[in-house]
Design a protein around this ligand. Structure first.
Ligand code: S3P
Length: 460
C-alpha cells in the first residue's frame, strides 16, 4: 500500500545493475513455441517517466516500469540531481519532483551505463539549469557521438568539456541564462529532439524543434500529459514542435505499456519456429514504433492485432503470432525511424524468408550500442547466411540457416537477443560471446523465451 506520511528512504535494487559479468549463451533448435507472455515495460516511456517526474511538482507514480539496467541508471541519476526516487515492494516507482528549475549539481559522476537515451535526454534536462554534472558510461556508450546534442544545447547556453570527438566522459555546465532556439534536426533522432525540448522546459520563451522526418513522439505526448505548454504543427518542411518554458509540470500516474522493441524478439522467434502460436499482451502500438510489425505482416507473417485499445494516452493491443512462411521484401528507407531498433530482429527474420530482403535508410545503425550494421552482417555470415551491405543498407538472402557460428555482440543487447532467436530454427545451435547486456533492456528475456519452449542455455 502507498500510505500517506513520510516517504521511505529511496531504494533502487542494486542487483539489477551489478548482476552481470560476461556470460556466453547458446540457443538450440526448438519446435512449437507456445504461451501468453508479457514483455517488460517500454524503455523510452520508462526513461521519460523518471525524468519528467523528477522535474514535475508532486509525486509521479509509474507502474510496469522497465527495471533494466539502462532505466535503473536513469533513476539513480535523477536521485543524484535531487529528486526522490523509490520503488515500493509491489513494484510501483514513486518520484518526488523538484520543479523545472530545481535540479541540483550531483555530488559524484552520473553513470549512464550503456544508455544513449539516458545520457542524451538527461543532458537536455540539465542544460538550462546552472548546475555542473560529469557524465560517464560504459565502453560502448563512451564511443557514441554526443555532439548531436551538445551542439544545440550549447546554442541554448550550456557549456561542455568532452573527451576527444565529443564523447564521454563529458562535463556539462548548465546555462545561467538559457535562451530559446529554433533547431532543425540534422538526423532523424528522437533523442536529439527530446534533448532540445527538455532544455526548453526551463528556458524562458519558446523553443522550437523542426523534425523533417517523424521520429517516436513519446516526449511530446508525455510532456503534454504532464501539463507542459507544447504544440505540434505539421508544415511543409516537417513537424514543428514548440514548447514554452518555465511552466511547472504536474506529477502524473503512468502505466507503462509493454515495449514493442522487446516484443520484436519473441515475435520473430514464433514466426520462424515451426508449430508456434504465442500471444503477447499489452504491446504499445504507437505508430512511430510499429514499423517492424507492418514489415513482418508484409513478408507474410501471421500476426493478428487483438483488443486494440487506448491506455494512458497510447494505443496498445495484444498480438497473436503464429509460425509463417516469410518472403523477402524491400523495406523502404522512410520506414526506418519507426523500427530503428528492430533491424537486428528483422535481419534474422529475413534469413529465414524465401528470397532477398533489402533494407535501406540504415545510416543511424552505425552509431547505436554497436555498429549494428556491421555486427548483424558478421553474425549472419558466421552462421552461413549470404548477405551484402553498403554504408546505409543491408541485403539478406533467406532460406535455410546453417547456424553453428559464434556471434560477437560488442556490448549490444539487441545483437545478443537477435542471434539467440536465430538459433531456434537453424540446423545447428547459435552461440553469442556475451549475454550480459541483455539485462539493459530485457532482464527477463531468457526465462521468458525458455518458458515458451526455447532452449537458451549457458554455452558449454
Ligand atoms: C530512443 C530513440 C532512438 C532509439 C533508442 C530510444 C528514445 O534513438 O534507438 O533506443 O527513447 O528516444 P535515436 O534517437 O538515436 O534514433
Amino acid at each position: 500500500m502507498l500510505g500517506a506520511g513520510a516517504i521511505p528512504q529511496p531504494l533502487v535494487p542494486d542487483a539489477a545493475v551489478h548482476g552481470s559479468t560476461a556470460s556466453p549463451l547458446t540457443s538450440k533448435p526448438a519446435h512449437g513455441l507456445t504461451g501468453q507472455i508479457r514483455v517488460p515495460g517500454d524503455k523510452s516511456i520508462s526513461h521519460r517517466s523518471l525524468m519528467f517526474g523528477a522535474v514535475a511538482v508532486g509525486e509521479t507514480r509509474a507502474s510496469g516500469l522497465l527495471e533494466g539496467e539502462d532505466v535503473v541508471n536513469t533513476a539513480k541519476a535523477m536521485r543524484a540531481l535531487g529528486a526522490r526516487v523509490e520503488r515500493t515492494p509491489d513494484g510501483i516507482w514513486r518520484i518526488q519532483g523538484v520543479g523545472v528549475a530545481g535540479l541540483q549539481s550531483p555530488e559524484g559522476d552520473l553513470d549512464f551505463g550503456n544508455s544513449g537515451t539516458g545520457v542524451r535526454l538527461a543532458l537536455g534536462l540539465m542544460a538550462s539549469t546552472p548546475l555542473v554534472a560529469r557524465c560517464i558510461g560504459d565502453a560502448s556508450l563512451s564511443k557514441r557521438p554526443m555532439g548531436r546534442v551538445t551542439v544545440p544545447l550549447a546554442e541554448i547556453g550550456a557549456r561542455f568539456e568532452t573527451a576527444e570527438g565529443n564523447r564521454l566522459p563529458l562535463t556539462l555546465h548548465g546555462a545561467k541564462h538559457a535562451v530559446p532556439i529554433t533547431y532543425t534536426l540534422p538526423v532523424a533522432s528522437a533523442q536529439v529532439k527530446s534533448a532540445v525540448l527538455l532544455a526548453g522546459l526551463n528556458t524562458p520563451g519558446r523553443t522550437t524543434v523542426i523534425e523533417p522526418v517523424a521520429t517516436r513522439d513519446h516526449t511530446e505526448r508525455m510532456l503534454k500529459a504532464f501539463g507542459a505548454e507544447i504544440v505540434t504543427e505539421a508544415r511543409p518542411d516537417g513537424r514543428h514542435i514548440m514548447i514554452t518554458g518555465q511552466r511547472e509540470l504536474k506529477a502524473q500516474t503512468i502505466d507503462v505499456p509493454a515495449d514493442p522493441s522487446s516484443a520484436a524478439f519473441p515475435i520473430v522467434a514464433a514466426l520462424i519456429t515451426e508449430g508456434s502460436d504465442i500471444t503477447l499482451g499489452n504491446v504499445m502500438l504507437n505508430e512511430t514504433r510499429t514499423g517492424l510489425i507492418a514489415t513482418l505482416i508484409e513478408m507474410g507473417g501471421d500476426i493478428a492485432i487483438l483488443n486494440r485499445r487506448l491506455a494512458g494516452g497510447e494505443e496498445v493491443g495484444d498480438l497473436r503470432v503464429r509460425s509463417s512462411r516469410l518472403k523477402g521484401i524491400k523495406v523502404p528507407a522512410l520506414r526506418a525511424p519507426s523500427m530503428i531498433d528492430e533491424y537486428p530482429a528483422l535481419a534474422v527474420a529475413a534469413a529465414y524468408a524465401e528470397g532477398t530482403t533489402h533494407m535501406a535508410g540504415l545510416e543511424e545503425l552505425r552509431v547505436k550500442e554497436s555498429d549494428r550494421l556491421a555486427a548483424v552482417e558478421a553474425g549472419l555470415l558466421a552462421n552461413g547466411v549470404t548477405t551484402r551491405s553498403g554504408p546505409d543498407w543491408l541485403e539478406v538472402e533467406g532460406g535455410e540457416v546453417a547456424g553453428g557460428g559464434e556471434v560477437r555482440t560488442h556490448l549490444d543487447h539487441r545483437i545478443a537477443m537477435a542471434f539467440l532467436v536465430m538459433g531456434l530454427a537453424a540446423r545447428k545451435p547459435v552461440s553469442i560471446d556475451d549475454g550480459a547486456m541483455i539485462a539493459t533492456s530485457f532482464p527477463t528475456f531468457t526465462a521468458l523465451m525458455n518458458g515458451m519452449g526455447c532452449r537458451i542455455e549457458p554455452s558449454p
